[in-house]
Design a protein around this ligand. Structure first.
Ligand code: 1HE
Length: 257
């Protein structure tokens, strides 16, 4: 795939995917959204985890507002669905994705970050949903994914009042799982990606594809799906090897922190 606004670097088992439109604060044009989808659809089979970050001072300024033309309702529907399919490819693609966040993580940029599996924010990060002030609504899956991170009430507040969360408060409410000093988000995300890449592929598959769906199921169905996924994962030869290694004292114990 010919990439114009994304750089893709394969570093061992990790793909580093970088939004590269810094002059426009990595605003997500239709072309860039298509590239996001294409990159995650076509990752080499050797890749086991990915890092998603942004070039320049900001992770992403959201939807490219210069493309927000007079769409009729049908065109608006299809535009939003195009975002959905691209961000689904991030969430339900081949490998776990760790977002490295700095500067603006706003609007569609926050929707993109919320489709990732782990988020690392540095101290410069800030989170907002300016859609509320621009007279529009989220359209990239944010109405589904963001309340799962921070709750419906906090998202409603952000959109009604234009509230901006700084990095510390963003981590506290659930926008990020890790908070690191300014400039260190990509490095930390890469370190985590290397760790994630060491897991048995079926474990990562279960966490990406089964866990979020189990969380949406009624409890009795969730218990059954969990049991099926557990049975499949533990039947893999790799799981047997790993358990045997622990029992024979060859694998690391869980270390107290
Ligand atoms: C843009 C965009 C954009 C910057 N679309 N061009 N998102 C927003 O409402 C956020 C709008 N952006 C901002 O609030 C600020 O640009 C930032 C806080 C992100 C960065 O500020 P700063 O001072 O570093 O940059 P800047 O001078 O504002 O912007 C630099 C250039 O990027 C400038 O263009 P230039 O040609 O004058 O140099 C800006 O116009 C351009 N730029 N952000 C287009 N978003 C699926 S639905 C999702 C709905 C949404 O995401 S709505 C929220 C949109």
């Amino acid at each position: 795939m010919n990439l114009k606004d994304i750089s893709l670097e394969i570093r061992g088992p990790v793909a580093v995917v970088r939004l590269c439109r810094p002059a426009k604060r990595n605003a997500l044009s239709d072309g860039l959204i298509a590239e996001v989808r294409g990159v995650f659809e076509n990752l080499p089979e050797t890749v086991r985890a990915a890092v998603l970050d942004g070039e320049g001072d900001h992770f992403c300024a959201g939807l490219d507002l210069s493309e927000l033309k007079d769409r009729n309702a049908g065109e608006g529907l299809h535009h939003s669905r195009m975002w959905h399919s691209a961000l689904e490819q991030v969430q339900y693609g081949p490998v776990p994705v760790i977002a490295a966040l700095h500067g603006a993580v706003v609007g569609g940029g926050l929707e993109l970050a919320s489709a990732c599996h782990i988020r690392v924010a540095d101290e410069s990060a800030f989170f907002a949903l300016p859609e509320g002030s621009r007279g529009i609504f989220v359209g990239g899956g944010g109405a589904v994914r963001i309340p799962r991170l921070i709750g419906v009430s906090r998202m409603t507040d952000m959109m009604l009042t234009g509230r901006v969360y700084n990095a510390q408060d963003g981590e506290r409410v659930g926008f990020a799982e890790y908070l690191v000093p300014k400039g260190q988000a990509s490095e930390k995300a890469f370190e985590l990606a290397l760790r994630v890449a060491e897991n048995a592929p079926l474990t990562n598959y279960a966490l990406m594809h089964a866990l979020p769906r189990i969380a949406e199921q009624p409890a009795d169905q969730g218990f059954l799906t969990e049991a099926l996924m557990a049975a499949i994962a533990q039947s893999a030869p790799e799981a047997k090897d790993r358990v045997r290694a622990f029992l024979e004292g060859r694998a690391a114990k869980v270390a107290k922190v």
